[in-house]
Design a binder for this molecule. Structure first.
Ligand code: ATR
Length: 278
């Protein structure tokens, strides 16, 4: 029997994940003799892997692509935010070996926005959200919980935007045609890209920002590259911009506290460590 705290991240594949580096940095900074491991688990073995966590002595795990929805379904219990998002990114193992699912992505989005722009208040004006995948679900949960009066949701496939609006809050989430995304920025206080457009290896996000008020904040959840074309264009117009790396770092903070008992800091040294080569 060992007291060495164990945690990790399960995905398929897993070698791209920055989470081991991130948690490893915090473990070293706090002098914690624990481990946070990358674990490649194929979809057909996820259930067996999760059922083995308690016996292996894991305190919990993060789950990432493509397991987030299945992890929620397999967990013995789940909190409200994971159920609303329809996906889990954090499973904790209780004393009886049961798995509890939660999702810290909405927290990560909100905390990153607050750190980058302390004066931003979701209730101050409409938001334009691009995309209707898993990341969009976390962003919607966060903005709605923080009192956003209106979310204009533009997605290439309109039926996905419609489904999200109905699932979340048909009164406040308004689907917008993909071709109308530029006009939808009129009067907005926030623009968020949750699509994969602008990511390295993906097409750019073609978008004129002329209709966006200059005081609006522009956020991108893409972080490779750190400054996407969208963020560069927004910065050139004078907008406050929020990059996607921060969301990744902030979503990890409550997970680390759950695993290792300390709420670690998100700062420049962490960003450098996560971005570093190797
Ligand atoms: P995630 O869970 O990371 O959000 P996802 O569910 O694959 O990933 O969603 C990717 C998002 O990027 C979707 O909103 C997708 O639009 P569709 O719902 O129409 O597929 C969007 N996206 C990806 N490639 C796109 C492209 N070439 N043009 C416009 N939107 C794109």
């Amino acid at each position: 029997m060992t007291d060495l705290p164990l945690a990790g991240v399960i995905g398929w594949p897993i070698h791209h994940s920055r989470s081991p580096r991130l948690h490893g940095f915090w473990l070293r900074r706090h002098g914690i003799a624990g481990a946070y491991l990358p674990m490649a688990v194929a979809p057909d073995r996820l259930e067996a892997a999760l059922r083995g966590l308690a016996a292996l002595g894991f305190r919990g795990v993060n789950v990432t692509v493509p397991h987030k929805e299945t992890a929620l379904a397999l967990a013995d219990s789940a909190d409200g935010v994971a159920r609303r998002i329809g996906a889990a990114n954090l499973l904790t193992v209780d004393a009886e070996g049961r798995l509890h699912a939660t999702n810290t992505d909405a927290f990560g989005f909100a905390a990153n926005l607050k750190a980058a722009c302390p004066s931003f208040r979701a209730e101050d004006g409409p938001a334009v959200v691009l995309g209707a995948g898993g990341a969009a679900r976390a962003v919607l949960a966060s903005l709605l919980d923080d009192g956003s009066p209106e979310i204009r949701l533009a997605n290439r496939s309109p039926e996905r935007a419609l489904a999200l609006a109905e699932a979340f809050d048909a009164g406040r989430v308004r689907p917008v045609a993909w071709d109308e995304r530029e006009a939808a920025m009129d009067g907005a206080a926030l623009l968020v890209n949750t699509t994969s457009l602008g990511m390295q290896g993906q097409p750019p996000l073609a978008m004129r920002l002329d209709a966006l008020p200059l005081q609006a904040v522009v956020a991108d959840i893409v972080y490779v590259p750190l400054e996407t074309g969208l963020l560069a264009a927004a910065r050139a117009r004078g907008h406050v911009t929020v990059d996607g790396l921060g969301m990744l770092l902030w979503q990890a903070q409550p997970a680390f506290r759950t695993f290792f008992g300390i709420a670690p800091e998100v700062d420049q040294a962490l960003r450098d460590a996560v971005l570093g080569e190797g």
